[in-house]
Design a protein around this ligand. Structure first.
Ligand code: PEP
Ligand code: MN
Length: 287
């Protein structure tokens, strides 16, 4: 991929993005929480539950990019203040989406990681703005985008001087209707051949089906993902956004029990070995 000056695998060893005590690119990082912040009670209850189950970071949207203008759009500033309180309560760093370039600088004061959603992947003014904050950025893959287009968007952020980019595969649009999107798990090893940036998987928005989230999480770990981002709601039936795909805290802690042995194994392994994996040897595949 000739256009990649900073994102290319050839430039440097693997990037590890540090957020507080969490290192993305080492072991397996789990980010969990509600689709959107709906109230202080809902957010803090969910935050405590995911923390107890072993999550490393809390997710939650205060700005929601919705298909319909009449759907809940998020709590905005009020939601960010609630997230800050949830962080105080649990110690979990916050991942939250920003959708408007004009909001980036003040949202960055609340967020530990700024999320760029699938619908905004190619919003170049937004990418430039988050590139200027220095805050880690979780860049979701556009639902209609190729790996090359996605990596060029990472390049926009890097070229503004922000090296802290985490990629997130969240499923792409195909003709399949059973799942909400099609999870492209091959993106994990492919991205590791193409770039030094870490990649995580979103099994929630990719499948849109509760019954598939556990298996796809395990499969993502087998494929070599650096992390998972999973929606959990303390009372999914009442969720204002993505109610059908949110795990209950009980579902989530069951999944974490399955993931825990793998998580500790991967943490031990990446601490013991300098993570310089075999994909480096295949960089000559680059086009
Ligand atoms: C989200 O994570 O809340 C979200 C809206 O995801 P996506 O941009 O992948 O649809
Ligand atoms: Mn959601």
């Amino acid at each position: 991929m000739k256009n990649l000056k900073l994102a290319s695998r050839m430039i440097t060893g693997r990037t590890i993005v540090t957020v507080g005590d969490v290192k993305i690119g080492r072991g397996l990082v789990v980010i969990a929480g509600p689709c959107s912040v709906e109230s202080e009670e809902q957010t803090i209850e969910t935050a405590r539950a995911v923390k107890d189950a072993g999550a490393d970071m809390l997710r939650g949207g205060a700005f929601k990019p919705r298909t319909s203008p009449y759907s809940f759009q998020g709590m905005g500033l009020g939601g960010l203040k609630i997230l800050a309180r949830a962080r105080e309560e649990t110690g979990l760093p916050i991942v939250t989406e920003v959708i408007d370039p004009r909001d980036v600088s003040w949202v960055a004061e609340f967020a530990d990681v700024l999320q760029i959603g699938t619908r905004n992947m190619q919003n170049f003014s937004l990418l430039k703005e988050v590139g200027q904050t220095g805050r880690p950025v979780l860049l979701k893959r556009g639902m209609y985008s190729t790996l090359e287009e996605w990596l060029n968007c990472a390049e926009y952020i890097l070229s503004e001087g922000n090296p802290n980019v985490i990629l997130c595969e969240r499923g792409i649009r195909t003709f399949e209707k059973y799942t909400r999107n099609t999870l492209d798990l091959s993106a994990v090893p492919a991205i590791k051949e193409l770039t030094h940036l870490p990649i995580i998987i979103d099994p929630t928005h990719s499948t849109g089906r509760l019954s598939l989230i556990g298996s796809m999480s395990m499969a993502a770990v087998a494929a070599g993902t650096d992390g998972l981002i999973i929606e959990v709601h303390c009372n999914p039936q009442e969720a204002l956004c993505d109610a059908d795909q949110a795990l209950t805290p009980e579902n989530f802690s069951g999944l974490m029990r399955r993931l825990r042995p793998l998580k500790s194994f991967l943490e031990r392994e990446s601490a013991a070995t300098h993570v310089e994996d075999w994909s480096a040897a295949r960089c000559d595949n680059e086009t």
